[in-house]
Ligand binder design. Structure first.
Ligand code: PGA
Length: 256
């Protein structure tokens, strides 16, 4: 039995004061009656206004795009896990490729961030994925394996909901390019086997998401992969209509 499908909307560094609440309100209204779980990830400073909109929404969870990897006050510019928890975050994106690339986030920091999330009872969504060059060199699985092992090797969980993985090939993010069904199925088989090897039976129920140019047009393309437990959506999450359309497409295809 797999956990219910989740569609996570990563707003990245978009929008501005007031616009975040408007987008959250539109999503809340348009998502009424949907059974697919939705989560939105606004920029840090948008969390208060988005939390105010989502209060009382049973179907839309709040998440943060990052978290500090150590909990010490002398961390100028950082946001701690306890601060995020204080604004109602249930999820945190960890190790997004844009942070790995631009902020030099490494697998050790990723592992620490996961730990911080767990200390404050939030679920990390751990992002993994290879670059175009790594795939071209036939190293996609090797790279994903390393990222997985470094992040997860010493991680104990007590239930499947303590961890979410998001496979996001770097070359598919924001590019309009997407993997073939076979490419995606291969990675998902690999990740599922790795989770089961590490967590036994629990490994079957840990959600694995796909992210990279997901849109209403391709939302059903991968749904026959039974291991697929959700989407991490960037660009298409910035309009309520397209974000909700993805959820509707998934719901009707999977008969949720
Ligand atoms: P995209 O972004 O949907 O715009 O490709 C996905 C992500 O970066 O999580």
């Amino acid at each position: 039995m797999y956990s219910p499908f989740i569609i996570a909307g990563n707003w990245k560094m978009s929008g501005g004061r007031g616009q975040w609440a408007t987008l959250a309100r539109e999503i809340t209204q348009q998502a009424q009656g949907l059974r697919v779980e939705l989560a939105i990830f606004p920029p840090f400073i948008a969390l208060p206004e988005v939390e105010a909109v989502l209060t009382g929404s049973a179907t839309i969870a709040l998440g943060a795009q990052d978290v500090a990897f150590k909990d010490v006050v002398a961390s100028t510019g950082e946001i701690s896990a306890s601060m995020l928890k204080g604004y109602g975050c249930q999820y945190v994106l960890v190790g997004h490729s844009e942070r790995r690339r631009d902020q030099h986030e490494n697998n050790i920091m990723v592992a620490e961030k996961i730990r911080q999330c767990h200390l404050h009872r939030m679920t990390p969504i751990v992002c993994l994925g290879e670059t175009q060059a790594e795939r071209a060199a036939g190293k996609a699985i090797e790279v994903i394996d390393l990222q997985f092992l470094d992040a997860i090797e010493t991680l104990n969980i007590s239930e499947p909901a303590d961890l979410v993985l998001a496979y996001e090939p770097v070359w598919a993010i924001g590019s309009g390019q997407t993997p073939t069904l076979d490419q995606l199925a291969e990675v998902f088989r690999f990740l599922r086997a790795s989770l089961v090897a590490k967590y036994d039976e629990m490994g079957y129920d840990i959600r694995i998401l796909y992210g990279g140019s997901v849109s209403p047009d391709n939302a059903t393309a991968y749904l026959d992969i039974q291991d697929l437990g959700g989407y991490l959506v960037g660009g298409a999450a910035l309009k309520a209509s397209s974000f909700v359309a993805i959820a509707q497409a998934v719901q009707s295809y999977r008969k949720l």
